[in-house]
Design a protein around this ligand. Structure first.
Ligand code: KDG
Ligand code: MG
Length: 402
């Protein structure tokens, strides 16, 4: 069996997605996601100029060998562009293998470990009252777990506060827009949100919060401690993780569970965090961390240390990644939770899929492969549109972490 062709499809049904389609001499094709929010065309070039020419003629059944070829063979290892390109190929190859075997991908991984996938939705508001209302909306929709983000008085466009109730798209401008940050104001306000949420809705639902890399380790420890009475499911990205040791200080001071990893590319980004049990949830996902082939390696390491998975699932990961993540979640023994930020109806139409939401859970389908396709005719109606994630600055103008 041989790969006879591969092409990249860029489409923007409300936001940009980079999709790889791999074709074979047996008429079976596979689909993969390589979207890198705000840097999409770098992955397109990497795939078109440097990956696709090497793939032609290879045996698509050799998923592991092709992964190693693209990772080791490039010499230049890791990084978001390389690993997303590898992920796109990997997803497409698992799709092909599933179609050839007549089995959904979760069966190829080892079979079902659970029936449904618990997901968390995003409740945002410009202040505490609005966020409390937004959380109620998700409870009404049947969610068991909800991430709550609030605007903070005096901070311009704080992280996570979107427009509308269900859809959130941070890449909102042709050049990065500038948002603000003030740690003191946030530390004084965020705990009050969770106090109000527990007062209003009790303790039956899981609540999550994303610090979006904004706090120093000491500030993150302080926030984690202040949030303890409200028993969060997790506090995410409380401090930047380039220095994995930074989490030691946070861990020493708080029992609030910690999650990190949506921007991790490989197992090496998470190795010390996992082995030292500095985190409780690993947020790496299929498109970010080199596809299913590499993600399951991260999950296996994590399982040795009782760290559970919590795949990133924002809207900048296409339905193709969501489909693959749901097969992974259905199989992975140390599953924790899956993020589910809904795609718009336009995106869902471009990417027909067989997963569905019910009572706070997502379910992958039984279609052979990963169960997600692309309608290329429809995709062509939405050409690429430059869009950037915002940047953040402190009040005095200093660049900060977004
Ligand atoms: O989903 C999350 O937890 C995020 O932090 C979302 C990110 O802001 C988004 O994926 C950036 O592209
Ligand atoms: Mg996040």
């Amino acid at each position: 069996m041989k790969i006879t062709g591969a092409r990249v499809i860029v489409t923007c049904p409300g936001r940009n997605f980079v999709t790889l389609r791999i074709e074979t001499d047996q008429g079976v094709y596979g689909i993969g996601d390589g979207t890198l929010n705000g840097r999409e065309l770098s992955v397109v070039a990497y795939l078109e100029e440097h990956v696709i020419p090497c793939l032609i003629g290879m045996d698509p059944r050799r998923i592991e060998d092709i992964w190693q070829y693209l990772y080791r063979g490039a010499y230049w290892r890791r990084g978001p562009v390389t690993m997303r390109a590898i992920a796109a190929v990997d997803m497409a190859l698992w799709d092909i293998k599933g179609k050839m075997a007549g089995m959904p991908v979760y069966q190829l991984l080892g079979g079902r470990s659970r029936d449904g996938i618990m997901v968390y939705g995003h409740a945002n508001g410009s202040d505490i009252a609005e966020t409390v209302e937004a959380v109620g909306h998700y409870i009404d929709l049947g969610y068991k777990a909800i991430r709550a983000q609030t605007g903070v008085p005096g901070i311009k466009d704080a992280y996570g506060v979107g427009r509308g109730k269900l859809y959130y798209e941070p890449a909102d401008a042709a050049l990065p827009s500038v948002t603000g940050w003030d740690t003191r104001k946030a530390l004084n306000y965020v705990p009050k949100l969770f106090e109000e949420l527990r007062k209003t809705y009790g303790f039956d639902h899981h609540l999550l919060h994303d610090g979006h890399h904004r706090y120093t380790p000491q500030e993150a420890a302080n926030l984690g401690k202040m949030l303890e009475p409200y028993q969060l499911f997790w506090l995410e990205d409380c401090t930047p993780a380039e220095n994995q040791e930074a989490f030691k200080l946070v861990r020493q001071h708080t029992v609030t569970p910690l999650a990190v990893g949506e921007i991790f590319n490989t197992i090496w980004d998470a190795k010390d965090l996992i082995q030292n049990q500095l985190i409780d949830y690993i947020r790496a996902t299929v498109v970010g961390a080199g596809g299913l082939t590499h993600l399951r390696r991260i999950a296996d390491l994590a399982s040795l240390y009782q760290v559970r998975t919590g795949c990133h699932g924002a809207t900048d990961l296409s339905p193709v990644t969501m489909g693959c993540a749901l097969h992974f979640d259905t199989w992975v023994p140390n599953f924790g939770i899956q993020e589910y930020m809904r795609h718009t109806p336009e995106t869902d139409a471009v990417f027909p899929h067989d997963y569905h939401f019910e009572h706070g859970e997502l379910f992958c389908g039984e279609t052979p492969g990963h169960g997600v396709d692309i309608d290329e005719k429809l995709a062509a109606k939405y050409p690429y549109k430059p869009a950037y994630l915002p940047v953040a600055r402190l009040e005095d103008g200093t660049m900060w972490n977004w």
